[in-house]
Design a protein around this ligand. Sequence first.
Ligand code: MOS
Length: 748
Amino acid sequence: MAAIIAHDGIGAPLSRVEGLLKVTGKARYAAEYPATGLLHGVVVNAAIARGRITRIDDSAARAVAGVVDVLTHENRLEIASADKKFQDDVAPPGSPLRPLCDAQIHYNGQPVALVVAETFEAARYAASLVELGYEQDAHNTRFEVALAEKFVPRKKRSGYYPPKNRGDARSAFEAAPVTIAGDYHKGAEHHNPMEMHASTVFFEGDGRLTVHDKTQGPQNVQAYLAGAFDLKADDVRVLNPFVGGAFGSGLRPQYNVYLAAMAALKLKRSVRVVLTRQQMFTHTHRPECLNSISLGAERDGTLTAILTDATTLTSRFENYMETVVNWGMMNYACENAEGASYIAPVDTYTPGDMRAPGAATGMTQFEMAMDELSYAVGIDPLDLRVKNYSNIDAMNGTEFTSKALREAYAQGAQAFGWDRRSPQPRSMREGKELIGWGMATGMWDAMFSKCAARATLKTDGTLEVASAMSDIGTGTYTVMTQVAADTLGLPASAITAKLGDSTLPLSPVEGGSWGAASVGAAVQLACHGVAARLAKAAAKMDGDPLEGAKLDDLLFENGTMRRRDGKGEAVPFTAAMEAAALDRIEVEKTAQPGPLDMVSLMRKSRNTHSAVFCEVRVDEELGVVRVTRVVSAIAAGRIINPKTARSQILGGVVMGIGAALHEESFLDHRLGRFMNNNYAEYHVPAHADIHDIEVIFVHEPDPEVTPLGVKGLGEIGIVGTAAAVANAIYHATGVRVRSLPVTIDKLL
Ligand code: MOS
């Protein structure tokens, strides 16, 4: 079969189908659902990093008018006793935090009480009156101290890939005529989506829970709550039709939903818990990382040795580990490469995935090292990359399903005007501003995850496609709509996409950049199923207008089907359904990598690539850095929607600029607490920090990588950007800063 579609199908720059709802305030977020008799919960967080609660005095809090309860470990509801009941879909190995389980304090900021009141104001005031006594144990949050305890965990989290070494990197490094070596450091970062983590839990009359949660996976939250409170999964419905950004912070259920559910179950009332911006710094974050990188090369720039040894932090109760060191080892042809990756425990909450986890750290550091090497050998940074280009995945020795990085380099350089760069640092300036041009490579995974979707065609000619997938602002609604439009030849206006509801067909969390590829494939399968049923229905019509045509012989166009060979008439979907006495056609299908895919998965690497070019202007006297121009050339397979795709990359580039210049979470080590827990002190790029960003999608047809040839775009935009900025700063100033973010103090 095939569809002819004028403007709404795959490849069309459709505006977000839910855009109007969002800009008119009609899209409702988790904290915005009204409920009769709604109670408000405010969380009290631990003020020490390690020890025990010895005393709770909630008398003053309970005396506040309107306060209904103060939940603590002393009066909490029954919860599951087994750790594994708290292990959600994306939990790393270990013992997940069980809020209010007992008196133990594992980190500063751990939720220790929930004050529940008739009004938010009463709850907030009463929360400030809860007095806690502690017995403190020694804690550590210092990286350099934790390093002494670094280790390689035996049980790896899924999605973590240990590096594979090749050749003899140490000897090659010793023998190399040109070498560079440095310790590259990346500070911790916190996800700072606009929407804070929030949950409104409706306690339904029959005891079931309807949970509006800010999450990237409603079914993940459903299973987690059912496990933690020993409920039947069917008795917990989780919805997240709109999510105000997440960047990975919504992959795991956070404590707001757990506490709201506990309070609702205990008090048999509906409860809302909204975290404050400050409390957003008491759960997940991108871990701090130290990566020692040594590179050896021939005088002509041929890489002969790669050594990379990284340690990232984790909590003391879970082993969260990112794939940090592999990227450079995969990307460059080099006969000798050795990587090592460790984690080291500190007394903080467990870090977690934040946009391009591992790559945004490790590839950034590697590309900063490549920049140093380019100056050491005296070769243009882009030429050095091209010289060491690998057509295959150099670490695994496997082919890529596609890798149009060469094209990305060329088109990015062309658009940027890279050939006009003067090679010497501090050689370009305008007035008081030093100008620097830098570039870097980006790389991310192109993943595909088992996902189901349902397509329902009604006799009024409208189609609904549905999956429990989330749209965290990435454009999933629009992608689902376009794939359906493409497959059945319907205009977008006839299609409704539904998502963000645990009762919808099975979906993974939205993450890892697998959303569009996975739910897109599922929607396509379901729509194919609808098409097949339509063709069957048409055979029941008087005179068989399609003359017995098979599905493959049919064209689907504007709500009709007709023979490709032009014989017969166009049959409206509705006429076929009427003839077969169908009031609806409903098909649910699951897309998943089949056994053959698994074989090819082992044989081939699946990745997105990017080439990022950047101009900075640095005030010579003040050290203020402005990123005035970025060109990001992306090789990410088939682009379903160039408009939403561009937005994804723009957002990634902005976040990369944040990582390069602004974002870092600082711990007060005496308290073991993240201190700059607000937008005044945790800096993210503001409008004034963002100038010209150009996004290029290079042609990269890849029918093999995923069913739709889609590779995903949520993460590749950030990777490469921070390194390009840092490298441009070196070119502008001649100051090599190996620790991100490059703040003014490091430059002067
Ligand atoms: Mo992404 S860090 O997988 O939400």
